[in-house]
Design a protein around this ligand. Structure first.
Ligand SMILES: *Cc1c(COP(=O)(O)O)cnc(C)c1O
Length: 367
């Protein structure tokens, strides 16, 4: 039996991609904000319905540069979630700031009711994550940020193309960051982007992703190298054409999972039921009420060549160099989620018979 990974990337046909990259052998313009970089920025600005977008080499650098852009004093505190991919926390630390961890709600997003208790005179920003495409309470977070003069940076790596109340998700907060990694709903092989509404940010990020260099002789900022290359931009243009279909295929499969798991008493699946949210069906997480069941099912699936994943375990606040020392208040829900959630395979080509097989194993705890 073939192995089943937790995801499989969307791909254009080989011929289509080869055909699209042909002009690069003529132009020899392979990176440094070429024509495809420009075209993809325009197309994504439109697709995501955001005022401005800046393409990046990956989602992580988009996060780092979005944080750097804000110019916070070193040692400032950023309130964030520990229930995320390690990238979120690393971006904060690598920018010389201190992550302060806030607990999550049952929908896995940051518990906005617990943010204010964590604010000190060093707090400069909130960095929440739209986990599994569930959207944070953006209104309340905005209110708290405004009241306390904090910036809001959303890690929207899981929320590509989603909308809330009809607005593209990249419109919330001061900056939203997307990942276009091959394992995400939409990808450019490696890639990412930051979206924002202030036009000056475009120029600043343009500098930051290009060593801070502007023109040939001006160095405007202490930048990094985070430019998206032309091959990636072309992959992005190809995949953008097919993304609606890809999301539809994911939705059908997620709904099939939900139907088959409806009677299952020992777990709850993500229902994609937040009000006013249009989902991208990037992940299919199930939460086992008894965390021992999670680990049993994880192992049993592996024995059968089915690679479900424990996203996110361990909590980023428990990483070796932090080891819980930044936990100021209990992270009860986050801790439970880290021990109890399993992400089941979900991607556009996943066979319905495979879903039936996976559900059977999940329901019977691997027997
Ligand atoms: C994937 C991911 C990132 C990092 O994106 P890359 O493109 O892989 O650098 C950051 N945060 C979250 C929540 C992610 O899932």
């Amino acid at each position: 039996m073939d192995k089943i990974a937790v995801t499989k990337p969307l791909m254009p046909s080989y011929e289509e991609f080869i055909d699209k990259i042909k002009p690069l052998w003529e132009s020899k313009w392979l990176t440094n904000m070429g024509v495809y970089h420009k075209e993809l920025e325009e197309r994504l600005q439109d697709y995501l319905s955001v005022p401005y977008i800046s393409l990046m080499v990956n989602g992580h650098m988009a996060l780092e540069l979005a944080i750097q852009l804000m110019g916070f004093p070193q040692g400032s505190e950023v309130i964030t979630t520990p229930f995320t991919f390690i990238s979120t926390t690393h971006a904060i630390i690598r920018c010389g700031l201190v992550p302060v961890f806030c607990d999550i709600k049952l929908d896995y997003t940051i518990d906005e009711a617990k943010i204010e208790a964590l604010i000190t005179d060093k707090t400069v920003a909130v960095l929440p994550v739209h986990v599994y495409g569930n959207i944070c309470n953006v209104e309340e977070i905005q209110r708290i940020a405004q009241k306390n003069k904090l910036k809001v940076i959303y890690d929207a790596a899981h929320a590509f193309g989603e909308t809330y109340k009809g607005y593209g998700i990249g419109n919330f907060g001061d900056v939203s960051v997307f990942s276009f990694h091959a394992t995400k709903v939409y990808h450019t092989i490696e890639g990412g982007a930051a979206s924002f509404s202030e036009s000056e940010m475009y120029e600043k990020l343009y500098n930051l992703k290009n060593f801070g260099i502007r023109g040939e002789e001006i160095v405007a900022d202490i930048g990094a190298n985070a430019k998206m290359n032309e091959f990636s931009a072309i992959m992005g243009l190809c995949n953008l054409k097919d993304i609606a279909e890809g999301i539809k295929a994911r939705k059908n499969r997620a709904e099939y999972y939900l139907d088959l798991l409806e009677e299952c008493k020992h777990l709850r699946a993500l229902k994609y039921d937040q009000e006013d949210v249009v989902y991208n069906y990037g992940y299919f997480p199930v939460y086992f009420y008894d965390s021992k069941h999670r680990d049993i099912v994880y192992e049993k699936l592996r024995e059968k060549g089915i690679y479900a994943r424990k996203y996110f375990y361990p909590l980023t606040s428990d990483a070796a160099y932090l080891n819980g020392k930044n936990d100021r208040l209990p992270l009860e829900n986050a801790r439970k989620a880290a021990l109890s959630v399993l992400i089941l395979p979900l991607y556009p080509e996943l066979a319905y018979e495979d879903i039936e097989r996976i559900v059977q194993l999940v329901k019977n705890l691997g027997i």
